[in-house]
Design a protein around this ligand. Structure first.
Ligand SMILES: Nc1ncnc2c1ncn2[C@@H]1O[C@H](COP(=O)(O)OP(=O)(O)OP(=O)(O)O)[C@@H](O)[C@H]1O
Ligand SMILES: [Mg+2]
Length: 380
């Protein structure tokens, strides 16, 4: 059956005719058409069809809870792999699935700044996944993305956002847990992880602290550590073979310089997630404060943004929380004995932030930043 998909890419209408088997694939094709049409309608209504991210906040979000149902996923994996699935490992791996339905979902607008990264991810993953007939060969989706940058700069947030938007299952694993939880079995866990990922795609395998797992090989490393690394290499290379698979291996690290170069090469896309610049900090503070009563003027927010040089997104959130709670921590004695009603809690003011700035300091040291920028410069 010939299926027509239309798709809007930066204001250009892309029409794609592709042959699909009548069995099984129909629903997915309808879903594609529906998503493409919804997006176009939204873009026309909103009147800014050339900006992909700004108007794509709520279209693809997952609302079906069965999407994260562990039993459903286990069944899918069993059907796909057959008797060879290691059930014990599979259950533990499925336990790492992040539920991105409801309030946990992340929209592109929730990720402030980082426009270059959003653009790269759009071209390297989103468009090829949505439209594999146009994006094949050299233009096929990246199978591996390495996000490196200082702590709290938004690496995990980007992963969750991509998964929310692509209706992808998001396996959120820290390398240290893989090492401690699975130790001797880690090799089997890695194999099972990729089997499940292929079975239930689209999938994002997100591994935080990837440096702990894929560090430079050394004389002292244990046998099983070596086997885990070999298994990763095999799986990553295996991923490259089917360009239509929608499985993304997303690694995040604060110390990319300690990753084995053989692994770094496997990440076709390597992105530096920097600390926010002053303009981004302004947007971020505004966004964080948007659901809290405050009397900050534009000028106040600009001032806070200027005074928070070197703060990460995470530091800014901590600062805003501190400022928002300042009054509550110091309820005046005159209110003793009275009921503390929301009405008598005053809006957050600039002074709350100025006090907060004395307590909440930047957490990323200059030394860490220098190492990261040096690594980044060497990549170019
Ligand atoms: N660019 C950003 N836009 C909006 N919020 C951000 C951004 N960066 C960080 N934050 C805030 O900081 C929190 C921590 O970010 P996140 O966990 O993504 O950082 P990270 O880079 O993964 O850090 P780590 O290296 O410690 O794992 C987020 O939940 C969010 O509240
Ligand atoms: Mg993180």
């Amino acid at each position: 059956m010939l299926v027509k998909r239309t798709y809007l890419f930066r204001g250009i209408e892309v029409v794609n005719l592709s042959e699909v088997s009548e069995e099984g694939e129909g629903d997915e094709e309808k879903e594609y058409e529906h998503r493409a049409t919804t997006r176009q309608d939204d873009e026309r209504n909103e009147g800014h069809g050339s900006d992909y991210h700004n108007n794509d906040t709520d279209i693809n979000l997952v609302t079906d809870v069965s999407y994260f149902d562990h039993e459903v996923i286990l069944n899918m994996a069993q059907n796909y792999v057959g008797g060879g699935l290691d059930m014990k490992c599979a259950k533990t791996i499925i336990g790492t699935l992040a539920d991105l339905t409801g309030s946990e979902r992340v929209a592109w607008d929730d990720v402030c700044g980082l426009q270059d990264i959003k653009d790269t991810i759009e071209v390297d993953v989103i468009l090829p996944w949505e439209n594999p007939d146009y994006f094949k060969g050299l233009r096929a989706a990246s199978k591996g993305i390495l996000l490196y940058g200082p702590p709290g700069s938004g690496k995990t947030l980007i992963g969750k956002c991509l998964a929310s938007q692509m209706k992808a299952r998001f396996f959120n694993i820290t390398a240290s847990s893989l090492i401690t939880k699975w130790a001797g079995e880690a090799e089997r866990a890695v194999k099972t992880l990729f089997q499940i990922a292929r079975a239930v795609q689209p999938t994002i395998i997100f591994i935080d602290e990837i440096d702990a797992l894929l560090s430079n090989r050394s004389e002292n490393e244990k046998q099983w550590e070596r086997r885990v690394k070999t298994e990763f290499l095999t799986e990553l290379d295996g991923c490259q073979s089917n360009s239509r698979d929608r499985v993304l291996f997303l690694g995040a690290t604060n110390i990319p310089q300690s990753i084995d170069p053989a692994f770094v090469r496997r990440f076709a896309t390597r992105l530096y997630v920097p600390l926010p610049k002053v303009d981004d900090r302004e947007v971020m503070i505004k966004r964080i404060m948007s659901d809290t009563d405050h009397s900050l003027s534009k000028g106040d927010i600009q001032l806070i943004a200027l005074e928070t040089e070197g703060y990460s997104g995470s530091d800014l959130r901590t600062l805003c929380k501190w400022a928002a709670k300042f009054f509550l921590r110091n309820v005046p004695r005159s209110l003793a004995g009275k009921v503390l009603l929301p009405e008598i809690v005053p809006p957050v003011v600039l002074d709350d932030f100025q006090k907060g700035l004395k307590v909440v300091k930047r957490t990323v040291s200059q030394e860490v930043l220098d190492q990261l920028t040096a690594y980044h410069a060497a990549q170019r």
